[in-house]
Design a protein around this ligand. Sequence first.
Ligand code: KIV
Ligand code: NA
Length: 264
Amino acid sequence: SKPWTVPALAQAKRDGRKLVMLTCYDHGFARTLDANGVDLILIGDSLGMVVQGHDSTLPVTVEDMVYHTRIVARGLQRALLVSDLSFQSDATPERALDAATRLLQAGAEMVKLEGAGHKLEVIRFLAERDIPVCSHLGLTPQSVLAFGGYRVQGREDAAAAKLLADAKAVVEAGASLLVLECVPSALAEKITAAVVVPTIGIGAGPHCDGQVLVLHDFLGLDSGHRRPKFVKDFLGEGGSVAGAVRAYAEAVRAGSFPAAEHSY
Ligand code: KIV
Ligand code: NA
């Protein structure tokens, strides 16, 4: 069995050990990431943008997620595999159970879903059925239409208080991991201190228990969008894809990435 299990994540937080995560969509990258120090691999529905060329994650289907999960799972010996529940596949507990079952049967070991509110019931429903859940709060890309774009979340006091309450609620509902996307560093720090499960930041400052980046941003591929502020060029530093992954893993573990310049 793999060294990274769901209980091992909470233990890593208790030990003060930072978690290294990257997104991944295919077998060759899966092997390279797994062999070079990545602890957690996310099959993100960001694949709708970086692999499929859509301008949001909304067109991604459960079928797409199952396909990428299956091909990545075959490449992993070490990293824990997390797969996203695609847009509205988690709209009700029953739908989410169907989608999550398919993802776990394809090789995922945890599913990620966005938001709190009515999703608390979904998280509880899955967790009670022994399906490990990662919550995703802050800039939740499946909310792009409601948000009116992709922007930093939780800047105002009321929004920050709501995000902190949501973080406590998703963990109370049974989430084993919490991704925080594009929130101010100080808020991410507060949330990280308030929950027993590890927080994984992306554009959420240096105080989270781990970090994640979208692979294509990490490698500097042209996504058709401006390179986000929270990305650093590890490829230049590492000299190869494997070297970049090692440099990223070392920087996350040492706490030197992200720095203030990558944070809000
Ligand atoms: O889909 C994705 O890549 C994600 C990360 C940005 C956390 O959800
Ligand atoms: Na996602």
